[in-house]
Design a binder for this molecule. Structure first.
Ligand SMILES: [Zn+2]
Length: 370
């Protein structure tokens, strides 16, 4: 029932649309057109203005012909930069890449296209199906800015399949970490580096001591990273300012928070030792979640995979996604591999076979009878 030609043509067409984060209006219009052609009404919420973008989140409810609970299918409309001037290049071995000057945008146009193809194929065949809820959100790549504005009370589904995972089709993520970012600003005192260095307070040295006082990498059940450091103004000035940023991740929300507090304490101590001031800010980018591997959402996924000849493998992921937000709004969701590899790089690729398998999987989920 899945039509490979239609799927690949739509993928090629959607890839050619510029869809940088907060600039998804053209892609949103294409999805709406596709749904309208299937007789499905969709509505865009008012989040565009709230996030300073061109598109809101696109929602649709597809009535079912079976009296079963609805399932939510979701994918994000934006792609990470460079996402303008994209072009899908089809290679003889079935691989699909960009022309190497942009990302391909399989993250997450693979998800968008396989959901649309599954739906189109079901509509075309007239097969009986359960109610299906659709959510195509904006600005996922900017820490889920779009979905955070969505009115979750509109959702009727309890189970969600978010087609937005890298790796082989047939795998899905059931847990993802909390991600906390931090920014520490060290304020020292400027002085001439030769005339009166003793009257200065060296902000870079204070920051360096702070950084060297913590562990990076895998630390207990967390990961810690210092990502950027910048400061100073000239080689002949004792630096007045230094800013250090980093992040902490853990599958245990409490551990991530505890690790962050530990870093903050160490940084404060290093600043105090140097006589510098320190201002520490942190932000919760994602909250950890874990869906049980024997819950209905996972059982349905494995059954659908089996039906279409896929492994049905559940994995942990270290990246956040919309699913972190769905989970904390009461849905049980899996992040499903949709046929994307080497994401967030110009070497991103997918393949015709993987897109096809992902569409078959989406269809099997939509047609599931339990
Ligand atoms: Zn993605």
């Amino acid at each position: 029932m899945i039509n490979p030609t239609r799927l690949l043509e739509r993928f090629q067409e959607f890839v050619a649309v510029d869809n940088a984060s907060k600039n998804e209006a053209a892609l949103c219009a294409k999805i709406r057109e596709t749904l309208a052609a299937l007789g499905i009404a969709s509505s865009e919420d008012d989040s565009a203005a709230k996030i300073g973008g061109t598109s809101g989140n696109l929602y649709a409810y597809v009535e079912g012909s079976r009296p079963l609970a609805p399932l939510l299918f979701s994918a994000h409309m934006d792609s990470v930069a460079p996402a303008c001037g994209k072009k899908a290049v089809f290679h003889p071995d079935g691989t699909i890449t960009s022309d190497a000057t942009t990302v391909l945008g399989a993250d997450d146009l693979s998800g968008v296209c396989v959901i649309l193809e599954a739906l189109t194929s079901i509509r075309e065949s007239g097969a009986a199906h359960r109610p299906i809820e659709l959510l195509f959100d904006a600005a996922e790549e900017t820490y889920c800015a779009g979905i955070q504005q969505f009115d979750f009370s509109r959702l009727r589904s309890k189970e969600a399949y978010i087609f937005d995972l890298t790796g082989p089709v047939g795998s899905a993520a059931y847990q993802a970490p909390s991600i906390l970012s931090f920014c520490a600003e060290f304020h020292g005192r400027a002085a001439h580096a030769a005339f009166s260095p003793e009257s200065g307070i060296h902000a870079i040295k204070a920051a360096a001591n702070a950084v060297s006082s913590i562990e990076c990498g895998h630390v207990a059940d967390t990961t810690v990273n210092i990502g950027t450091i910048r400061g100073g103004s000239a080689d002949n000035v004792v630096p007045e300012h230094c800013i250090v940023t980093g992040e902490v991740r853990s599958f245990e929300a409490a551990s991530a928070r505890q690790q962050l507090l530990h870093i903050r304490e160490r940084f404060a101590a290093a600043a105090a030792d140097a006589g510098a001031q320190m201002n520490f800010r942190d932000d919760t980018l994602c909250l950890a979640y874990k869906v049980g591997t024997e819950e209905p959402v996972a059982n349905r996924f494995r059954a659908a995979c089996k039906q279409v000849g896929l492994s049905g493998h559940l994995v942990s992921t270290y990246v956040g996604s919309d699913n972190n937000h769905f989970f904390h709004h009461g849905l049980r969701g899996l992040v499903v591999a949709s046929g994307m590899n080497n994401c967030h790089s110009c070497g991103e690729y997918t393949s015709t076979a993987e897109l096809l398998r992902a569409a078959e999987l989406a269809q099997a989920l939509m047609l599931s009878e339990e």
